[in-house]
Design a protein around this ligand. Structure first.
Ligand SMILES: C[S@@+](CC[C@H](N)C(=O)[O-])C[C@H]1O[C@@H](n2cnc3c(N)ncnc32)[C@H](O)[C@@H]1O
Length: 275
């Protein structure tokens, strides 16, 4: 791939998904675009890029963006966010919402392990929410990931990553060499396609947003833009959970640290007043 093609694809990715591709990521681009070229019946990556450049075919561009996303995820990833949810977030919200539904949004949910981890935790410990109904909305830019999430079908390798064996036994059934999460848990999660770069999305207001391990792919101004938009989708008193390598510091004043817990933020009073 020549440098003009690399620049063309990286600009497309940045514009469409906010994803910044460093100049050292040529190998990544090539290894991900080669299978797409084959799938499209095109002889090479160069031909694929040529087709994208000349035809501006939206279906192909969507697929190109999709294959360039990094979808690494696993059940109860990093553990601490789920401890924060259990110890510091749900009990507070259960009190505050006074019987009204608690809405949780997993923005950038990948193949569903994160929202299903939350659903299993709540299902097993109903006291956490004091019986208040909970709605979990899971979104991602990748239709390929969302489809896997909706199916709730995971490989042996995937269920061995982070999922306690008791939960596997309780909530999953084996289907050939895969494991399917129960209908009960699946029904707690709604999967929807959503691009965090889209300024016009409307999913209503949430009490908790998990936005983990996606901001790392964006540049500073995009992180700020995305976080400010998340703030507009939150109820007063709502919580934001970021990934271990992510922070609001120096990027937005819409959030403030919560209870000295790493990665956990509250919508700031300034943001509430501005809304
Ligand atoms: C590394 S995964 C993180 C999954 C999960 N949150 C976790 O922490 O395990 C990042 C996800 O962000 C999604 N993503 C990347 N850019 C996005 C965008 N602009 N809008 C929505 N999702 C995006 C990718 O498709 C990918 O599934």
């Amino acid at each position: 791939m020549n440098s003009q093609d690399f620049d063309f694809v990286s600009q497309l990715l940045r514009k469409r998904a906010g994803i910044v591709l460093g100049a050292d990521k040529m190998y990544l681009l090539e290894s991900r675009l080669a299978p797409l070229a084959r799938k499209e019946g095109l002889p090479s990556i160069d031909d694929l890029i040529q087709v994208v450049r000349s035809r501006r075919d939206e279906r192909l561009i969507t697929q190109l963006v999709d294959v360039m996303t990094t979808n690494e995820t696993f059940f109860f990833r990093d553990k601490t966010p789920f401890e924060h949810l259990k110890e510091a977030v749900l009990p507070v919200l259960a009190q505050a919402r006074k019987g009204q539904r608690i809405r949780i949004w997993c923005a950038a949910c990948s193949t569903g392990q994160e929202p299903y981890s939350i659903a299993m935790m709540i299902d097993q410990q109903p006291a956490l929410t004091g019986g208040v109904p909970v709605e979990i909305v899971a979104t991602d830019i990748s239709e390929r990931c969302l489809e896997r999430g909706r199916q709730g079908l995971f490989t042996q390798f995937e269920v061995q990553r982070g999922l306690p064996i008791q939960m596997l036994m309780h909530h999953f059934t084996q289907q050939d060499d895969h494991w399917r999460v129960s209908e009960r848990i699946r029904s707690m999660v709604t999967f929807r396609k959503m691009n965090l770069m889209d300024p016009s999305y409307t999913l209503g207001k949430f009490d908790v947003i998990f936005c983990r391990n996606v901001l790392i792919y964006f540049d500073g101004p995009t992180k700020t833009e995305v976080m400010n938009r998340l703030a507009q989708s939150m109820n007063p008193g709502a919580f934001l959970m970021l990934g271990a390598a992510e922070t609001v510091i120096g990027l937005t004043q819409a959030f403030e640290g919560a209870q000295d817990r790493r990665g956990l933020y509250k919508l700031s009073s300034k943001a509430v007043k501005a809304a």
